[in-house]
Write a protein that binds this ligand. Structure first.
Ligand SMILES: Nc1nc2c(ncn2[C@@H]2O[C@H](COP(=O)(O)OP(=O)(O)OP(=O)(O)O)[C@@H](O)[C@H]2O)c(=O)[nH]1
Ligand SMILES: [Mg+2]
Length: 425
């Protein structure tokens, strides 16, 4: 099996900070609070794009961050939300969480979207904290930190173009000169025993996945030669490059024979668009043969007819561009996730964000936990009321009690996320 596999880092946008402000109007000495909320940070989404067929573009770009939310403003104005960042992936992409290796998502259908990382919520401005008791709150929240993840994308490569032909036609040679594939090449039939895949990059950002199919002979549909398995590989491809061995006595007869083998195995195979290519044009005998082969093919109604020398790398580009064009027009392969019936149920530890752990360290007490660290990151430490609010959150979560039980005393250092605080009664 052939996989493309890539690790990337994704991060949502940070929530914009809420602000502390008071209305300022002429002749109104003390206006009420009017600090607006911060905007929400953008999220990171993956989206299936059926025109993509590999993950190679992620080899150059591995970090993605959505836009941050903007700060709130006075006059109760909410900051602008950050834009979501939509990353396009090919159909059949599996998404894994690198932290525990679990499968997060399976992207199959055109346009299907998957949320990988949520942006941070915008912090609330002080206007939201006004109560009958506190008419001038100096409390606001900072924006929520965004989600951040390392993910692994995995794609089972499916060849969209198959190179078929009789043994020795030069199929492996052709694949080796257009891609990085290094198939075995030798002057005897049935050199290739397994299909080889190669990714071809055309100048215009188009990628083709080519499969070099083992040689086919008369009787292949009955399992002769290397048998059925290889015909099955062709079933998944959408366009065929039919390579003719220029050194064969009768390339046209080979051609007809292979086509009837395809049709006998599966009539749909015979209907796939074919580009017919005479190979080994560097040899004078072959060059002599070409005009006749060409006119015979055109007579039979084949329009996509080319000649190349795989070894000399001549004439191959036009074949690839035509293949890319036919691929655009060909129906899209329906990717289906194969469900393994022997699959065992998977049990996973569910994280509770409200959970926290208290640890005594050399530097002081460390309280770690998702919700508590988030609350600390959203606090304006320079405002007394905001700090009080943070204390109320500690109380509500039971952290206060737990700390006292653990033996914290006034003046001890307490570490929460990136923040270092001093314990007060
Ligand atoms: N002169 C010449 N020889 C070629 C050319 N392309 C391939 N050959 C030779 O033809 C022989 C067969 O090439 P392969 O690429 O192994 O052919 P294949 O179609 O993959 O063969 P199987 O895997 O056995 O089906 C080798 O000796 C190649 O060097 C070409 O353009 N010109
Ligand atoms: Mg070969």
């Amino acid at each position: 099996m052939y996989f493309d596999e890539i690790e990337i880092e994704v991060m949502g946008g940070k929530g914009g900070d809420g602000v502390i402000q008071f209305r300022r109007e002429k002749y109104v000495p003390r206006g009420g609070p009017d600090g607006g909320d911060g905007g929400h940070g953008g999220s990171i989404l993956l989206e299936v794009d059926q025109h993509k067929n590999t993950l190679s573009e992620f080899r150059n770009k591995k970090q993605f961050q959505a836009q941050n939310g903007a700060r709130g403003k006075g006059k109760n104005q909410t900051g602008a939300s950050g834009d979501d960042l939509v990353i396009k992936v090919p159909p059949g992409t599996l998404v894994f969480d690198e932290s525990d290796g679990s499968l997060m998502g399976d992207l199959v259908d055109q346009g299907q979207q998957f949320l990988v990382c949520k942006g941070g919520r915008g912090g609330r401005g002080n206007a939201r904290f006004k109560t009958s008791k506190n008419k001038a709150p100096r409390i606001a929240e900072k924006g929520e930190p965004p989600e951040e993840k390392k993910i692994r994308l995995e794609l089972k490569l499916i060849a969209d173009i198959g190179i078929i032909g009789v043994p020795n036609a030069g199929k492996s040679t052709m694949l080796s000169v257009v891609s990085n594939a290094k198939p075995k090449i030798a002057p005897y039939p049935f050199t290739t025993l397994q299909p080889n895949l190669g990714v071809v990059e055309l100048d215009n950002d188009v990628q083709l996945i080519l499969a070099d199919i083992p040689g086919l002979i008369e009787g292949a549909h009955r399992g002769e030669g290397l048998g059925h398995d290889f015909l099955r590989h062709i079933q998944r491809t959408r366009v065929l490059i039919h390579l003719l061995d220029g050194l064969s006595e009768e390339p046209i007869i080979d051609f007809a024979q292979i086509n009837s083998e395809l049709a006998l195995f599966d009539p749909a195979l015979g209907d796939k668009p074919q580009i017919v290519v005479l190979n080994k044009m560097d040899l004078p005998d072959v060059e002599k043969k070409w005009p006749q082969v060409k006119s015979q093919l055109l007579e039979k109604g084949y329009q996509d007819v080319f000649s190349i020398s795989a070894i000399a790398q001549q004439g191959i580009k036009p074949v690839l561009y035509r293949a890319a064009q036919l691929l655009e027009e060909a129906p899209v392969y329906e990717y289906k996730t194969e469900v393994d019936e022997n699959e065992l149920p998977v049990y996973r530890f569910e994280k509770d964000p409200q959970n926290y752990v208290i640890l005594k360290t050399d530097r002081g007490w460390r309280i770690s936990g998702e919700a508590i660290e988030r609350a600390a990151a959203m606090t304006y430490w320079e405002h007394f009321q905001s700090i009080r609010r943070f204390h109320r959150i500690l109380e509500a979560m039971g952290v206060d009690e737990a700390m006292k039980e653990a033996g914290v005393v006034k003046g001890d250092i307490v570490l929460i996320g990136d923040h270092e605080l001093m314990w007060e009664e």
